[in-house]
Design a protein around this ligand. Structure first.
Ligand code: SAH
Length: 201
């Protein structure tokens, strides 16, 4: 099978992923690029993707850590698990991904220590998920939270401070994409996403 994404750089176009109306994601292309960059992934790393949804970030992370690294993708929704598996297969990273059904933070318990944790879902349990992620991270490990809600971002910042994380970075990414109309290229705004990232002490 021809490789679906032959580049080292992240930024797989959204429409290359299998998608479903019932499952959120993939995280939009440009947001995935910054998220993966903030996670500072290297070949061989172990990554946990909390709330893998469509598998957009899972696949991008797997391509970065391959051939030896592993991404543990968890989601509480069975449809998300199936969709992530289909995208993992589509991009040929089966050897680098373990997809597991379960609700965070409990589902994190059985996972190995990680170099990076990406959190794209968590809802009301965010504080507990951040504490469980802290327990799973190796020293100097990276945490990245993608927040649609301001409250998610502010809770993440407060909790990362309480856990003594270093170099807390907050970046709001606002993307507008050009749409071709008869008279030219019209820029269409997308939701701003707040990316909170930090290093475990
Ligand atoms: N980053 C993904 C999209 C994530 S959507 C992509 O690129 O495709 C957020 C996902 O988080 C949803 O599928 C939702 O089911 C999941 N989720 C939310 N709270 C969760 C929790 N506490 N435990 C596990 N999964 C959770």
């Amino acid at each position: 099978m021809a490789k679906k994404w032959i580049y080292k750089t992240p930024g797989i176009p959204d429409d290359l992923f299998n998608q479903s109306d019932e499952v959120p994601g993939p995280t939009k292309e440009e947001i995935r690029v910054v998220t993966i960059s903030k996670a500072r992934l290297r070949e061989g790393d172990v990554v946990i993707d909390v709330g893998c949804g469509t598998g957009g970030l899972t696949v991008e992370a797997a391509l970065q850590v391959a051939p030896k690294g592993k991404v543990y993708a968890i989601d509480e929704d069975e449809a998300a698990i199936e969709l992530t598996k289909s995208n993992v297969g589509k991009f040929g990273v089966e050897g680098n991904v373990v997809v597991a059904s379960g609700e965070a933070p409990a589902a994190l318990q059985s996972l190995p220590k990680a170099d990076a944790v990406m959190i794209g879902g968590g809802g009301v349990a965010l504080r507990e998920i951040l504490r469980a992620s802290n327990d799973k991270l190796k020293a100097n490990g990276r945490i990245v939270i993608n927040a649609i809600l301001l409250e998610t971002a502010t809770t993440a910042i407060a909790e990362l401070k309480a856990l003594n994380f270093k170099d807390i970075d907050v970046a709001v990414i606002s993307v507008a994409k050009g749409k071709q109309i008869n008279s030219g290229t019209m820029m269409m705004a997308r939701n701003p996403i707040t990316i909170v990232s930090a290093t475990k002490p």
